[in-house]
Design a protein. Structure first.
Length: 479
């Protein structure tokens, strides 16, 4: 008999002995691996919907349902670590995890995991903080996902217990017209298991200080100059005349209002006391004069006139004397607005095409005109300087045909940003004296009304809300 060594691997060494005719002797070869059967049982009201991952010796091996079993095959004999992973936050494994066990070649070892799951919820805590004056007395309402709501005080907290895990939309509603929410509203928050998820809304309230002069036909159909408190209360007819009147403009000290009127047969610039008394015709010219704008020191009034054949920007003394043509251009120029420091005048012009208005700014003496906007759709209406002189609000058609919106830009024309996105045509912006709000007229959504909004376009509020036409607002200086 002869024997030979057969090496099937570096680890396994077999000795085969036999006779010359191929016969063999010795014990037969046996299995070198075993199996592990892993069972899982889950209890509780909110089991993990997608089951778990079973890891063998730290490596992913198979998936198993929340209640079920799997077989791990071809597991080498010896000691192994089995763990249950991808367990939801609201669930926990009872006992050892990972679990150490021994596998015998040719056998199936059995083991089980028990998982206990609590309700998959957390708490959502919403806080409101309000500052300013004229604070909303009845508080707000917090609405979660558009369906679940809870009242909250102006400086209070609302807790939504047992809120489902995941993302939720949270909105603060019931905010008064003179208040606005800082930051995103609504906003998205993520609720996590057994935690208190907190989000805070900061609300600023400000009574609309000062007064707003405007034009209305609510008294008999003729257009008169009215004045009201900036919240829309206490409207008073100042002119009460059968003629058409408009373009109110406050003197810097708030004691007088300039306006246009055709009571003397054609449109002239008048000035009256802030209570409507003592109206005086300043221009008294057979041409069309309109759109007055006071210089910041109150000594001059810029206006638009066609007395030299087409619309031009003029300036005169506050008593109407010494009118001077500042623009003197073949194209039309209109809508002067004096910068707060008195050095410049912004205006709208047809120099880029008669039907395509653009905003320009020039020195107060008419020199050095500079184009600030340049769009094919065109800008329109009087530009309006912010009280600090850093921005100019204006009306533009650039959002599309028949789509007028209010924009704001830096005083050099940069960073032109749309503020409104409303049904209708918002026009004629005017800043509050503290620079925190912008009033404007909204046309095309029923009768025109006066609205007030934040300087970022937020929270537009109708302050006239009258069946007559209300438009052409002018905010008074701080009183």
């Amino acid at each position: 008999m002869r024997c030979s060594l057969i090496c099937s691997s570096p680890i396994l060494l077999l000795v085969a002995c036999g006779s010359g005719d191929g016969g063999t002797t010795g014990p037969p070869l046996g299995p070198s691996t075993g199996s592990i059967e892993v069972s899982v049982t889950t209890t509780g009201s909110d089991p993990d919907p997608d089951g778990y991952a079973v890891h063998l010796d730290g490596s992913a091996s198979a998936l198993v349902g929340a209640t079920g079993s799997i077989m791990l095959t071809d597991v080498s004999a010896g000691s192994h670590s089995v763990s249950l992973n991808a367990v939801a936050a609201n669930c926990s494994v009872t006992g050892d995890n990972p679990y150490t066990m021994s596998v015998t070649a040719g056998s199936t070892a059995q083991m089980s995991f028990t998982v206990s799951c609590l309700p998959a919820v957390g708490d959502l805590e919403v806080t409101a903080t309000t500052n300013g004056d004229a604070i909303d007395p009845d508080g707000y309402t917090v609405v979660v996902d558009g369906t679940i709501s809870q009242a909250i005080g102006v400086n209070g907290t609302a807790t939504f217990s047992d809120t489902a895990l995941g993302q939720h939309e949270v909105r603060l509603t019931g905010v008064a017209d003179n208040c606005w929410v800082s930051g995103w509203n609504p906003r998205t928050v993520t609720v996590t298991f057994a935690q208190v998820t907190r989000t805070s809304f900061v609300v600023a309230c400000r009574w609309f200080h000062g007064r707003i002069a405007y034009v209305s036909n609510r008294d008999g159909g003729q257009y008169d100059v009215f004045v009201m408190n900036a919240d829309g209360s206490n409207p008073v007819n100042l002119t009460n005349h059968s003629a058409a009147e408009g373009d109110p403009a406050w003197s810097p000290d708030g004691t007088r209002i300039a306006f246009s009127s055709d009571r003397d047969g054609n449109s002239d610039i008048f000035v009256m006391q802030a209570d409507g008394s003592n109206p005086i015709n300043l221009t008294n010219h057979p041409a069309w004069d309109a759109g007055p704008a006071w210089s910041p020191d109150g000594t001059q009034i810029a206006f638009t006139s066609d007395r030299d054949g087409n619309d031009e920007i003029y300036v005169m003394q506050a008593d109407g004397s010494n009118p001077i043509n500042l623009t003197n251009h073949s194209a039309w120029d209109a809508g002067p607005a004096w910068s707060p420091d008195g050095t410049r005048i912004a205006f709208v012009t047809g120099r880029h095409g008669q039907a395509n208005g653009e905003i320009y700014v020039m020195q107060a003496d008419g020199s050095n005109p500079i184009n600030l906007t340049n769009t094919p759709e065109g800008e329109w209406d009087f530009p309006a300087w912010s009280p600090d002189g850093t921005q100019i609000a204006f009306t533009s058609w650039r959002s599309g045909e028949n789509n007028v919106e209010i924009y704001v830009m830096q005083a050099d024309g940069s960073n032109q940003t749309k503020l409104t996105d409303l049904i209708g045509w918002p026009e004629q912006p005017t800043w509050s004296p503290d620079g925190s709000r912008i009033a404007f007229a909204l046309w095309g959504a029923g009768n025109p009304e006066i609205y007030v909004m934040g300087t970022d376009g937020s929270n537009p509020a109708n302050v006239t809300n009258h069946p007559a036409e209300d438009w052409d607002p002018a905010w008074s200086p701080e009183e």
